[in-house]
Design a protein around this ligand. Sequence first.
Ligand SMILES: Cc1ncc(COP(=O)(O)O)c(C=O)c1O
Length: 361
Amino acid sequence: MSTRALMRKLEDFEAPRVVPLGGNLYGASFFLMKLLPARFMLERAADQGLLRPGATICESSSGTFGLALAMLAVQHGYRLILVSDWALDRNLHRRLIELGAEVTIVDRPAPSGGLQQARLDRLQGYLQDVSGSYWPSQYYNPDNPLSYGKVAEQLVDRLGRVDCLIGPVGSGGSMSGTSRYLRTLFPDLYAIGVDTPNSVLFGQPSGKLNLSGLGGNILPSNVDHSQFDEVHWLVPAEAFHATHDLHRQHGLFMGPTSGAAYRVAKWWSRNNPGKTVVALFPDEGHRYAETVYDEDWLEKIAGWSDPPRASPFTVSTPMAPMSGWSRFAWDRRSLDDVLAHASDQHDTAADPRADSARSGA
Ligand SMILES: Cc1ncc(COP(=O)(O)O)c(C=O)c1O
């Protein structure tokens, strides 16, 4: 079999199931969304001579991208070194080891950029020490968003038209890439990114993140801010409640970033009844059986026993303290543009519960 044919052995797992969720709302439900960008990046690197047969792949990941790389690396005879942190749960860790990945855990945050930066620092060490090693670099490699042309095509094949796309943002690849391709057919597509407070991706001050896969403490170049019409932020408890709703209301057993997208998509689709709305659901729930789907674990999560907000609080700046579901009109602007205007309007009175949330009260 040719290298390319070998790389495509798992291709059938890449396409989302497009599931009707009532009215004008659809979920694009992935077995493991990251299989597509991972395969595409490795294939392109092999074509360009950057990844030679039997070489070592090094990446920083505590989640689904690492799993996708591990599934591909073991099939194609690459060695894989993954640099991870506390967010790597026990079950995923076991699965990575079973697939032959070498996993190294970073436990001390860097002075600036937190654990994410500390992981990147350790990764640089491996890249220097292991000759011929290749770094896919999901946060900065333009092949990550580029790979989502295929998802855009699958959505159009299935639905004919998409008016609004909603999804969680981590590396930025899926939302930026899918929106960019869909807009070649539907320039008016409305794109909504879902983030979490303390993530710098859309201008929040950096802080501790408790939702694996969502947001970040470093800004990746793959977040193309000019693609987003609106941004929402959900705190972890809200995302977890929404994940349970998705399971109970539709039988979709998905991860918490899917729940976050579902919460926002349900609200937006109700308010825009004539529009075809698609929410991206990036991974299944098995990995979270001992966390997001475990009542004992959930009891310790801040705000879990509070009733979740039924609708978002509209903030006048993305820098505002946020105690719960918040929303901001991004209007396809650059981050610099938004922040330049936001600093004129810093408005802590916007969310009455925010100050106590930020001080941990
Ligand atoms: C479970 C999960 N959901 C959502 C995302 C965000 O997707 P993207 O990196 O394409 O922005 C990630 C990213 O790693 C993820 O692991």
